[in-house]
Design a protein around this ligand. Structure first.
Ligand SMILES: Nc1ncnc2c1ncn2[C@@H]1O[C@H](COP(=O)(O)OP(=O)(O)OP(=O)(O)O)[C@@H](O)[C@H]1O
Ligand SMILES: [Mg+2]
Length: 362
């Protein structure tokens, strides 16, 4: 008896000093017990909380995820939910609720135990991280535009001049010195290849195809350029879209394809790549699929290589224009990147992402 009483006291002190709300409920959701912390969360005196129905504090769908299967469901008697808990004064608190069925009482009815965690700080941290990554993407886009400008205004102009002079040299040497002319021809060819390469880099930095020819042509050019560079064929299927997308959405899709193809070139050792763009039931859907080495996405997220920006910036670009990005991959089973952009009122939502140097399109 002595030990049990002692234990109960210890539990009570523990629960009262917790930084989480703790409750027990009857099966029909009457609150049997709640701690002070929960009363503070719902801004209601504790004596009014105890004995009232838990339904008094409505749960809105949380901004977070739905409970994942591994978190257990009704079958295991345990569930984790991300919710917006409405307090007595109508304010809403982002919270995680862990629900657990507890022992049956003497009449065979289960009681329910709940732990409520205030997620305000976690949400805030998540939001500032998101704002930061979106800012990184914006800065990256602006910097690419600036670099492309520098390349075009300085290097490309210079290269054209050198190329022109080398052609003149070839002509002049023709009459004088055959071996020297051969060297001059090699030099001219090398310069021409350098100029092409600079042009390619500059075009990738600033998507002029996108600006002038539209999304489909830009996706085609990127795919073609990838095949020329790597020898890996890309099968691109584009179904006609309902209309032109907002400029930010087009830029996001274009950059996601570029980044995905970069990954295929760097990591996949693929034999083929399939790309499709379509708009089934109003949702614009871009899929990039390769038959290469694949990887385990979860391991990547938790692994050492957190410095990698590719997948992260792809996801942020999709989110910034109101879409989602999912990756399906497994070792030796290839990789699929899927972007979905639901259209709000016939248009993908505009985002914080500004398309540097691109004009808005209808
Ligand atoms: N298509 C793919 N096939 C195989 N592995 C992939 C593929 N895409 C991504 N990965 C794996 O996921 C990791 C993360 O990709 P991510 O694009 O974020 O970074 P990265 O390509 O290594 O570097 P960065 O893009 O920043 O230059 C890669 O290092 C690679 O191991
Ligand atoms: Mg990458």
């Amino acid at each position: 008896m002595f030990t049990l009483e002692g234990a109960e006291h210890a539990y009570r002190v523990l629960i009262e000093s917790m930084n989480e709300g703790a409750l027990t409920l009857t099966a029909d959701k009457v609150i049997l017990y709640a701690n002070e912390c929960f009363a503070r969360m719902v801004k209601c005196p504790l004596e009014q909380v105890i004995g009232s129905s838990f339904r008094r504090f409505p749960l809105g769908g949380g901004p977070g995820r739905a409970p994942a299967p591994h978190e257990g469901g009704a079958a295991s008697g345990h569930q984790d939910l991300q919710v917006l808990l409405e307090a007595a004064d109508g304010s809403r608190l982002p919270a995680q609720i862990s629900v657990r069925e507890m022992a049956k009482d003497s009449s065979g009815r289960v009681t329910i135990g709940m732990v409520v965690t205030d997620m305000t700080e976690a949400r805030r941290a998540e939001e500032s991280l998101r704002a930061l990554t979106q800012r990184v993407v914006q800065v990256q886009e602006a910097e690419r535009g600036r670099l492309a400008g520098e390349l075009h205004d300085n290097i490309t102009q210079l290269l054209c001049g050198v190329l022109f002079s080398s052609q003149a040299l070839v002509t002049k040497l023709a009459a004088l010195d055959e071996p020297a002319q051969r060297e001059a021809i090699k030099l001219r060819e090398l310069l021409a290849r350098t100029a092409e390469e600079v042009d390619r880099i500059s075009r990738n930095l600033r998507p002029s195809e996108l600006e002038h020819l539209g999304l489909e042509a830009a996706l085609r050019a990127t795919s073609r350029e990838f095949t020329t560079r790597t020898g890996v064929p890309v099968e691109l299927v584009v179904a006609p879209l309902a209309g032109r997308l907002p400029v930010e959405a087009e830029l996001a899709l274009y950059r996601i394809l570029q980044e995905s193809l970069d990954n295929v070139a760097k990591h996949a050792r693929a034999r083929r790549v399939y790309v499709s763009l379509a708009q089934p039931d109003g949702v614009v859907r871009l899929v990039i699929n390769d038959d290469g080495a694949g990887f385990v996405p979860a391991q990547r997220a938790e692994g050492k290589e957190k410095r990698n920006l590719g997948l992260l910036s792809m996801r942020e670009r999709a989110v910034a224009v109101g879409g989602t990005l999912s990756i399906t991959s497994a070792r030796r089973a290839g990789t699929e990147v899927e972007v979905r952009l639901p259209l709000a009122g016939g248009k993908a939502a505009g985002g914080a992402l500004k398309a540097e140097g691109l004009k808005a399109k209808g």
